[in-house]
Design a protein around this ligand. Structure first.
Ligand SMILES: [Zn+2]
Length: 607
């Protein structure tokens, strides 16, 4: 069991530990690589364009062990990608780790609109590799890449030894990423020049580079015929599209929770309406929910509450509901013995019933939020957990407001093990749940824009002076707003909230998406329109953060779908166009620098 995640920084303990293990794998598997070069790896996070490429590191991780990694360099201007390293931990061989990493690298290269992925591979020709043991390893590696349709470039001088008579000179391997376009010679020459000049500056003389570039004469450049895998099998490796869309995780068991009392607006039709509207776009890729252990839930909720919720609902007949009706607020040390009576011991209102399926549906919603968080850790930019029941009113030991488990907070807790998290709650109602859960912490910033407590549920929290406590002072920010709000006023306060999040500089963003700020919502009093939701999405997308969106409220079923769609269209287009812009700006500024080829530019060469 392993997961692949992208490493975004070398600041957090968990990432530092992973990087240490990456360095160990490098030094044990790439014997010729100097320690100084290995130690420079963290530089790629501090200045990803320092080496004239945008560097991205993926690791395959077991419980706490790095099982393998891939280091990829993107050249956004010339539109190609170069794989510096793909290595697995020799102590845990096989198990598909290399293949999973290579798939991920191909996805990333495709996302960057690369025309091809290039990398070096040692030769499988006995004339070029005289050591039989090494020759066998080289053949195995080339067979592996051939499975994906990646094969050495043929009939060029790329494998000319840098030092005459040198053994084992690498091939240049080309993967067309399933695009089936021939490799144009002019493009190939530019790519080869860039690779040799930037990656191998210290070992390749200008004369050598020129000679190799000139040796590319065939147009299109010839790619070696398959040697290990039947050609028909290789066609089966198109690049998956997971990274080019929003990962959508829907609670497939939400509708078992259906409270049929009149006026219970938190109904299954909400999810159906949103899904119908999203299906009209091509922005989403559905991902099935994975199962996670209860340890994630008790990391934010009182274990006694979690046990109670499970136990009380297990004993209930299907279809019957218990509404909390005794609230022992004066003596919290003495929970009532009778389970049905005890409901009020853990609840903040009288309209959130317990019933048999509430637990099962809420438990599945948690799995969905955690699945979305896992996708973010894997390097997917945007994930959406479309769930009900919602979660943001559930505090450490109390439920309410249609919420039972705080899905967003559980995901935030999980992500916080990998870096700081900002939570932005844009539901009409105050996000009292995550406020309470993270109130004394400075690694999770909680921000909420909502109707002020005098007019809006939950009435007892959401005041501006609730700023956190202890280490958490200043890390909870509330924007209580008046009864009437239109899009213009809303965007103004959203800008303030986003400014605070930018100051915090989180590694991850979680958006608690409530659509009950919409005009005509039965639980709200504001008047946002679809165009406002699009702008809100755009503003959040321009933050350029790995973002998990978790569904909270929103009860006007006639407009909930179109508003959700508008939000995601704004969010996605801002995020994508912004990424292209950032790449361009950084590349241009690099070219203008007086030191275009840093002396470290060959940091990870293996020649
Ligand atoms: Zn709400």
């Amino acid at each position: 069991m392993f997961c692949i995640r992208r490493i975004f920084d070398d600041v957090h303990d968990r990432n530092q530990n992973a990087l240490e293990q990456v360095r160990t794998i490098l030094s044990t598997q790439f014997i010729g690589l100097s320690q100084a070069k290995i130690d420079r790896i963290p530089d790629i996070f501090r200045n990803p364009f320092k080496y004239d490429f945008q560097s991205i590191l993926y690791i395959a991780e077991g419980v706490s062990t790095v099982l393998g990694f891939a280091l990829l360099s993107n050249e956004p201007q010339m539109q190609f990608s170069y794989l510096d390293f793909l290595a697995t931990n020799k102590n845990t061989p096989g198990r598909g780790i290399g293949a999973a990493l290579y798939e991920r690298v191909r996805e990333e290269a495709s996302l960057m609109h690369a025309r091809g992925l290039f990398f070096e591979c040692l030769p499988d020709d006995p004339k070029l590799c005289r050591n039989p043991g090494m020759l066998k390893e080289n053949k195995a590696r080339l067979r592996f890449y051939e499975m994906f349709g990646a094969r050495p470039i043929d009939n060029t001088g790329y494998e000319t030894p840098v030092n005459p008579g040198g053994d084992n000179p690498p091939y240049l391997v080309f993967d067309n990423l399933g695009q089936q376009k021939p490799l144009n010679v002019d493009f190939a020459r530019k790519v080869v020049k860039a690779i040799l000049q930037r990656k191998y500056k210290s070992v390749c003389s200008p004369e050598y580079v020129q000679a190799v570039v000139k040796s590319f004469r065939d147009d299109p450049v010839r790619i070696r015929m398959p040697r290990y895998v039947k050609a028909s099998d290789q066609e089966l490796h198109p690049v998956l599209n997971r990274l080019t869309t929003i990962a959508l995780v829907v609670n497939d068991r939400h509708d078992i929770h259906h409270v049929k009392e009149r006026g219970y607006v938190e109904a299954p039709v909400r999810i159906r309406s949103i899904l119908e509207a999203l299906q009209r776009t091509r922005l989403f890729s559905a991902i099935p929910p994975m199962e996670f252990p209860d340890s994630h839930i008790v990391a934010v909720h009182d274990p006694a509450y979690v046990r109670y919720f499970k136990r009380v609902t297990e004993k209930m007949a299907v279809g019957s509901s218990v509404y909390p009706y005794v609230f022992p607020i004066r003596n919290q040390a003495r929970p009532p013995i009778e389970l049905a009576v005890r409901a009020g011991y853990y609840c903040i209102d009288t309209f959130t019933p317990l019933n048999r399926n509430a637990f099962l549906a809420a438990r599945r919603a948690v799995d969905c939020a955690l699945t979305g968080a896992t996708k973010i850790l894997e390097g997917i930019r945007l994930a959406y957990a479309l769930v009900r029941p919602p979660g943001h009113h559930t505090e450490i030991r109390s439920f309410g407001g249609f919420c039972y488990f705080n899905n967003s907070a559980i995901a935030a807790q999980y992500l916080s093990e990998y870096g700081n998290v900002a939570m932005l709650d844009i539901d009409y109602h105050h996000g009292n749940g995550q406020q309470t859960i993270f109130y004394a912490r400075s690694d999770v910033l909680t921000v909420s824009i909502h109707g002020r407590p005098a007019i809006a549920y939950p009435y007892f929290s959401g005041f501006a002076d609730e700023r956190g406590e202890g280490n958490g002072i200043g890390y909870n920010v509330n924007y209580p707003m008046p009864e009437k709000m239109d899009g213009i006023k809303y965007i103004r306060v959203l800008d303030r909230a986003l400014t605070r999040i930018r100051q915090f500089a989180p590694r991850f963003l979680i958006v608690c998406l409530g659509l009950d700020t919409a005009k005509g919502d039965p639980t709200g009093s504001w008047s946002l329109m679809a165009s406002d939701f699009k702008e809100i999405g755009g503003k959040i997308g321009r933050m350029h953060l790995p973002t998990l969106v978790v569904q909270e409220g929103g009860y006007k079923t006639r407009s909930i779908g179109s508003n959700a769609r508008a939000f995601f269209e704004g969010l996605w287009s801002a995020m994508v166009s912004d990424e292209k812009a950032v790449s361009k700006i950084r590349s241009v500024s690099n070219r203008k620098s007086n030191n275009p080829k840093s002396q470290n530019s060959e940091i990870l060469s293996e020649r």
